[in-house]
Design a protein around this ligand. Structure first.
Ligand code: CAA
Ligand code: NAD
Length: 295
């Protein structure tokens, strides 16, 4: 198989834009696809700002920022990803949405293109089976915020070839990340452990154990976590967390993955966390205030 030179990224929300940034910064020609131009424009501006922060901190030379931005291109047409050597998918956590894209790309990309999903909770098998390249399908699970988080879980499903896994693992390293190998179970390693913790923090709030800031403060100061769980939920996205919980609950039938009613109510109210301006905290004010949740 040929060397990886061109990277395609499907979706440029929180994760896709971060993945595109690190790929371009690592020297790959990177093409990002999302459904509408304003989404692409917002992602491009965000990547520019994040790279500028690295320059400000002396971690990146201005000339390297410019070069990374030049390697980044944006499109609303899936077919443009045809020449990519690897396509990393980071669209909404929904199997139907993801598989519709994989089927379309499978028909267009050459046999050498590796397909990689950044899914949080779906199995890689459920996507690989929708394509004619189940041996060239792998999981590459990045962490939020991608430019700062070191870890990538590299996931081999039952059909993934050894060569595809090795290439994906080496690719993650080439981005400056620390890969770990994980089995294709829903949630891989991190979300298997993290998701029940995050959902339990919402249950604690529902049961009146403590206030939003005190739950966060307790876990930050009591356990040394960089963020409290409710801040982290806002950061991950409450809509995404709700989908993850539903998928993991359907898979394991274990109450610890069941989405708490409060999470569902907040998602129904359009409170998706930081990206929508409101979640457990209200980000329309600086510093963010605690949201009124009718509790
Ligand atoms: N781009 C570039 N630089 C950035 C940046 C960005 N987007 N955001 C922040 N920075 C820089 C800051 O300028 C700062 O630089 P200095 O240290 O030189 O001052 C540095 O990064 C740290 O930023 P902050 O001081 O603002 O914030 P922090 O020290 O609290 O660290 C954090 C930020 C790394 C996000 C930290 O809070 C953290 O680790 N939080 C937990 C994140 C986490 O758990 N992520 C996993 C989520 S779960 C997941 O991803 C899986 C899933 O499937 C849902
Ligand atoms: P997000 O809501 O920020 O972004 C999703 C993006 O997908 C949006 O920009 C949307 O327009 C786009 N999209 C939807 N349908 C599309 C299509 N048909 N073609 C192209 N783009 C399409 O979500 P996110 O947080 O970036 O999550 C994306 C994926 O990454 C999910 O599978 C999620 O589970 C996973 N993930 C999320 C996190 C996190 O902390 N948020 C961490 C690791 C993995």
């Amino acid at each position: 198989m040929s060397e990886i030179k061109r990277v395609g990224v499907l979706g440029c929300g929180l994760m896709g834009s971060g993945i595109a940034q690190v790929a371009a910064a690592a020297g790959y020609e990177t093409l990002v696809r999302d459904v509408a131009q304003p989404i692409l424009d917002r992602a491009k501006a965000g990547i520019g700002q994040s790279l500028a922060k690295f320059v400000e901190k002396g971690k990146l030379q201005p000339v390297d920022r410019e070069a990374a931005l030049k390697r980044l291109n944006f499109t609303t047409t899936t077919a443009d990803l045809k020449p990519c050597d690897i396509v990393i998918e980071a669209v909404t956590e929904d199997l139907e949405v993801k598989n519709a894209l994989w089927k379309e790309l499978d028909a267009r990309c050459g046999p050498g293109t590796i397909f990689a999903s950044n899914t949080s909770s779906l199995t890689i098998a459920a996507m690989a089976a929708a394509t004619r390249r189940p041996d060239r399908f792998v999981g590459l699970h990045f962490f939020n915020p991608v430019p700062l988080m070191q870890l990538v879980e590299v996931v081999k499903t039952v059909t993934t070839s050894g060569e595809t896994f090795s290439r994906a693992y080496a690719f993650a390293k080439s981005l400056g990340k620390e890969p770990v190998a994980a089995k294709d179970n829903s949630g891989f390693i991190v979300n298997l452990l993290l998701v029940p913790y995050l959902l339990d923090a919402i249950r604690a709030l529902e049961h009146g154990v403590a206030s939003v800031p005190d739950i966060d403060k307790a876990m930050q100061l009591g356990c040394g976590y960089p963020m409290g769980p409710l801040t982290l939920l806002d950061f991950v996205g409450l809509d995404t967390t709700y989908r993850i919980a539903e998928i993991m609950f359907a898979e394991y039938k274990d109450q610890k993955y069941a989405p708490p009613p409060l999470l569902k109510r907040m998602v129904l109210a359009g409170m998706s966390g930081k990206k929508s301006g409101k979640g457990f905290y209200d980000y329309s004010v600086n510093p963010p205030a605690v949201s009124s949740l009718g509790l």
